[in-house]
Write a protein that binds this ligand. Structure first.
Ligand SMILES: NC(=O)c1ccc[n+]([C@@H]2O[C@H](COP(=O)([O-])OP(=O)(O)OC[C@H]3O[C@@H](n4cnc5c(N)ncnc54)[C@H](O)[C@@H]3O)[C@@H](O)[C@H]2O)c1
Length: 479
């Protein structure tokens, strides 16, 4: 390509992509003014500790291909650092560092014992078949292991945009081969398939968390009043952008709660139905054709970018960052925006929406279901025991303390039945554990929003809680 074309292309790329990291830092800084800290501590908290960049070659299709990847560790005040790995053709270091920073604040907000990290590989997954993706992923895992950016005690990735449980199990297997002496090697990554060290409910977890986040919001009538809505979720019109892991599960669970999913927006077109889309039928169609075109249950629209501003009650961006900007924020019709994606609203748009009374349920809370269930998976791997079994063992132990002969006999003869009845199945434990985390976290955020001076929105409330916890850790450690 001639050099002038290359420069024009780079300029277009910079214009097209807002500086995501500055948006995140500006939002955190707004909240940091409300958290008293010793001089210089906020700067230490907000910078990214280290970013590893790798360029490695893989021989495929008769030639050498060079791939570029990153793993950023924003913080490791508690270790391991935790955060997904993204495969996308337009990803860059700014995006990875911004996402790593969000992980720090998300884990602190939810009270999970992790620092923040994120990784990415510049690749279009659809250009490669499974065999090729496996070879590329294993090579990436070798680099991360070699540099200590992959390990159960230091740095634990998970799925994100363009990656899934297959990607995770390739990473885990490659790491295990390189570290055969590490009894916890399996816990070097979460989001694995159930048959290979995963946990029930991880693939649905982020969408499930979005559902729980909205349920909690609607369980607080005073909060709901602030955006001009009333009542519950039943019958509300929802638009979802992105129909991948997070968008699909969020749409599915919210339609089960009685919401009408009136539009789903993808990168190559959108589908609308004012009466509500059949999400499972849409999922099957999209899985088969990778487009909504010719789906019988709705009207297809080729141009999808302006659909974010279509009338609805709840808007759920679940694709990429920076989709609601200073340009379209004035025209958003939704009264509630749930940030299922990381960073979908720019700093500028955030201010416009707040002025307009739109309630934003912020990313560090709304999409925390994924990392919360990842935490359960990591604990399960480290403990080398499935949760169902842990629960049964606990009940067997309790049984020895039971006084009634009948209870003792039932517990001994039918331990599975009793464990299942009491929520001993892994999926029940995962769901109830997640629900409890989302409920207690929302209650703290809502309390600050309604009572603390200077906290006028849920995002600031979330960051104030996260920063207060992180500050407490730094002060306790003494550095
Ligand atoms: N997977 C998780 O557990 C998890 C956890 C927390 C946060 N997130 C965040 O949720 C978002 C989505 O992640 P995912 O795991 O669902 O990814 P995914 O790759 O499974 O799905 C993303 C979907 O968005 C679509 N998309 C991309 N650009 C788009 C655009 N401009 N307009 C409309 N659709 C577009 C893609 O075609 C794809 O179907 C990301 O921001 C990610 O960081 C994911």
């Amino acid at each position: 390509m001639p050099e002038t074309d290359l420069v024009a292309e780079m300029e277009a790329e910079i214009r097209a992509k807002p500086v995501f990291l500055s948006d995140v830092n500006a939002m955190v800084a707004r909240a940091a003014r409300l958290v008293p800290m010793q001089d210089g501590l906020f700067e230490k908290i907000s910078v990214c500790n280290e970013t590893y960049v790798t360029r490695f070659g893989v021989r495929l299709r008769g030639r050498m291909w060079t791939f570029e990847g990153w793993r950023a560790v924003h913080s490791n005040h508690p270790s391991p650092a935790k955060g997904g790995i993204r495969y996308a053709p337009d990803v860059g270091v700014d995006e990875v560092e911004a996402l790593a920073a969000l992980m720090t604040y998300k884990c602190a907000l939810l009270g999970l014992p992790f620092g923040g990290s994120k990784g990415a590989l510049k690749i279009k997954p659809g250009d490669w078949n499974d065999y090729e993706l496996e070879r590329i992923t294993r090579r990436f895992a070798q680099e991360l292991t070699r540099q200590n950016f992959l390990s159960s005690s230091l740095n634990v990735p998970a799925p994100d945009v363009g990656t899934n449980e297959k990607t995770m199990v390739w990473i885990a297997d490659e790491h295990r081969r390189l570290k055969p002496q590490d009894i916890n090697a399996e816990a070097c990554v979460t989001g694995k398939p159930l048959a290979a060290g995963g946990i029930e409910g991880r693939s649905e977890a982020t969408g499930r968390g979005v559902q729980f986040a909205l349920r909690e919001f609607f369980a607080h009538p005073k909060d709901v009043e602030r955006c001009g809505l009333s009542g519950g979720l039943d019958g509300l019109r929802v638009i979802v952008q992105g129909f991948g892991n997070v968008g699909y599960h969020a749409a599915k669970f919210l339609s089960e709660d009685g919401c009408r999913i009136v539009a789903v927006i993808e990168h190559n077109g959108a589908i609308e139905n004012s009466g509500g889309l059949d999400i499972d039928a849409l999922y099957n169609h999209f899985a088969a054709y990778r487009t909504f075109e010719e789906f019988a249950g709705g009207q297809f629209a080729k141009s999808s970018s302006d659909l974010l501003t279509t009338p609805c009650d709840i808007l759920i961006p679940a694709a990429r960052e920076g989709v609601i900007t200073g340009e379209n924020a004035h025209a958003i019709a939704a009264r509630v925006i749930v940030e299922a994606a990381n960073g979908p609203i720019t700093f500028e748009a955030d201010a416009i929406l707040r002025d307009r009374g739109v309630v934003i349920i912020p990313d560090l809370f709304a999409n925390a279901g994924g990392v919360t269930v990842s935490y359960f998976e990591w604990v399960k791997n480290i403990a080398h025991m499935p949760f169902g079994l842990m629960e049964r063992r606990r009940r067997q132990y309790e049984n020895t303390l039971l006084t009634s002969t009948l209870e003792r006999t039932l517990n001994t003869k039918f331990p599975d039945t009793i464990a299942n009845l009491g929520g001993g199945r892994e999926i029940d434990l995962v769901r109830s554990g997640l629900e409890e985390k989302m409920r207690s976290t929302y209650a703290q955020m809502s309390h600050l929003w309604n009572n603390a001076e200077g906290i006028d929105d849920l995002r600031t409330a979330a960051y104030v809680i996260a920063l207060t916890r992180i500050k407490g850790i730094y002060e306790a450690i003494g550095i």
